[in-house]
Design a protein around this ligand. Structure first.
Ligand SMILES: Cc1cc2nc3c(=O)[nH]c(=O)nc-3n(C[C@H](O)[C@H](O)[C@H](O)COP(=O)(O)OP(=O)(O)OC[C@H]3O[C@@H](n4cnc5c(N)ncnc54)[C@H](O)[C@@H]3O)c2cc1C
Length: 480
């Protein structure tokens, strides 16, 4: 560390310790190590400092101090993000919200809960289960990720097809601005006066403020829920069956797809009873009243058979339903067991393009010589190709990145989007040029400047510099 950096760090530590306990300011490299990256570990950086405020007043003072000294701030939830959104800034402070972990209020009549930002997603549903309620958005990482991280990434999950993304399930929240001021966004009801700042700030990736408290919508736990698992000998047939279910007027609570590599990895890992000879597997959950579930399940099964499924299995108990989902929800770590590294892409395409895009990805896989496991929210058209590679093999990381870029470009070409639910972060910042033109990006910069004129909040993430636009567009796509 150079002397200027050491001096800056010492000055900040001294100032922070005036209002934070000693253990809440981490300055040594060894203790900082767990904060150097998020779930996308190929991008990492050591920060100047990590701080763990315990309450609003401490956080407010941290923000004011950083603002006074023009020090970048990166908010951090559980660090499960997959786009390097919580990766530290080398000249900045990581503000961990881990200590904001209390459920403050549950109102079963209004069907809302007020929780601190560091509460884990699953902990909300667990806490309100006694009232017959639950919080619908369920990222596969829900056991670990925080509601604040979900808000910042506008997280999705299996049940978002029917119940909407995070943005549809949050009513209001408290935000600390870059200057350390506290503002309330939204409220306790479905609509509030003025501009809809919920929609603007949810998904803003920590670029516009730090969230401290969140009011979430709760839903009644459905009377019944069942899954039908359909196996296909061909990816194209599976993809077409997805479009057919939705076109038939069934809105499943979840409609997920896995290809053969993902199926065998998940089956080896958790033994969910998946047919490993299948080339594509669909898990379709329907929920609601018992009659509705029976009817929709029969209809979905019939449609799958008509579209070429060679077998269908319906869950007959809660245990069986949970086991079928366990395979899907464990698919990422399962793939982690069969490859030294994997790169999880996240793009969204129109459902009608699923078969075409999956075929193209298969071609690219051959072109780059890298295996791909597909496991994704098929009903939403939200792809998650997991590109398998080995950082230990020279050039493989670069190949995987180029492959990923091509997938995102293809998503845009077919009328889709470079993000589904994981955000832009550092990972997709260059592809923002594919999705948006310079005028559109200039509008994003203008919004950022309203909240954060000096660009101190999560710099280098989410929105690319305009000057890099020309440079990016001059690069020819490489094959695939
Ligand atoms: C195995 C696995 C499965 C996953 N499955 C899904 C899935 O199904 N759906 C999905 O959407 N995602 C999924 N993810 C990605 C990830 O879990 C989500 O993006 C999640 O919302 C991140 O939450 P976090 O608390 O870990 O946030 P972090 O990773 O700590 O941070 C994410 C971003 O939010 C910002 N941030 C965090 N807290 C705050 C705050 N209080 N105020 C302002 N900004 C803040 C950070 O600066 C960063 O930009 C998965 C990840 C893994 C590892």
């Amino acid at each position: 560390m150079n002397q200027i950096r050491i001096d800056k760090q010492m000055m900040l530590v001294e100032a922070l310790r005036r209002f934070l306990p000693v253990e809440s300011v981490i300055s040594d490299e060894e203790t900082q190590k767990p904060y150097e990256c998020d779930g996308l570990a190929v991008y990492c950086e050591m920060p100047l400092l990590v701080v763990l405020p315990e309450n609003l007043e401490q956080l407010r003072q941290v923000m004011a101090l950083c603002h006074q000294h023009q020090v970048p701030v990166v908010a951090r939830g559980a660090g499960t993000g997959l786009c390097a959104g919580a990766m530290p800034n080398s000249e900045g402070v990581v503000v961990s919200l881990a200590k904001f972990s209390r459920i403050l209020e549950v109102d079963p009549l209004a069907r809302i809960a007020r929780v601190q930002t560091g509460v884990r997603n699953l902990a909300i549903s667990e806490a309100v289960a006694e009232f017959g309620l639950y919080y619908a958005p369920d990222p596969s990482s829900q056991i670990a990720c925080t509601i604040g991280g979900n808000l910042a990434e506008n997280a999705g999950g299996v049940h978002c097809l029917k119940y909407g993304l995070t943005v549809h399930n949050i009513l209001g929240f408290e935000l600390v601005t870059v200057e350390g001021e506290v503002i309330q966004i939204g409220g306790d009801s479905l609509d509030s006066a003025g501009y809809d700042l919920n929609a603007l700030l949810i998904g803003s990736e920590g670029l516009l403020g730090v969230v401290t408290e969140i009011t979430v919508k709760l839903l009644p736990t459905p009377e019944a829920a069942r899954v039908v698992m359909a196996a296909f000998d061909d990816v194209e047939k599976g993809a077409n069956a997805v479009a057919a279910v939705i076109a038939n007027g069934i809105i499943p609570a979840g409609l997920e797809m896995m290809d053969s590599l993902a199926i065998s990895a998940a089956e080896d890992f958790v033994g969910a009873g998946y047919p490993t000879e299948a080339k594509a597997l669909l898990l379709c959950e329907v929920d609601g009243s018992s009659e509705e579930v029976e009817e929709h399940l029969e209809r979905a099964e019939k449609l799958f058979m008509e579209h070429g499924a060679f077998s269908c299995r319906k869950s007959e108990s809660e245990e069986e339903r949970a086991l079928l989902w366990k395979g899907r929800k464990s698919a990422f770590p399962a793939v982690g067991r069969i490859s030294p590294d994997y790169y999880c892409m996240d793009g969204t395409i129109p459902r009608s393009q699923l078969a075409h895009v999956l075929m193209e990805i298969e071609k690219m896989s051959r072109h780059y010589g890298l295996r791909v496991a597909n496991v994704f929210h098929a009903g939403d058209g939200n792809l998650h190709p997991l590109i398998l590679f080995d950082t230990g093999v020279s050039g493989e990381l670069e190949k995987a990145e180029e492959f990923g870029t091509r997938i995102l470009e293809l998503s845009v070409e077919v009328g889709g989007c470079i993000t589904g639910e994981h955000g832009v972060g550092v990972e997709k910042i260059r592809q923002m040029h594919t999705q948006f033109n310079e005028s559109e990006l200039a509008q994003f910069h203008a919004i950022k400047a309203v909240f954060d004129p000096s660009g101190l909040l999560n710099p280098g993430k989410g929105i690319p510099e305009l000057k890099s636009c020309q440079e990016y567009r001059s690069i020819e796509p490489q094959g695939g």
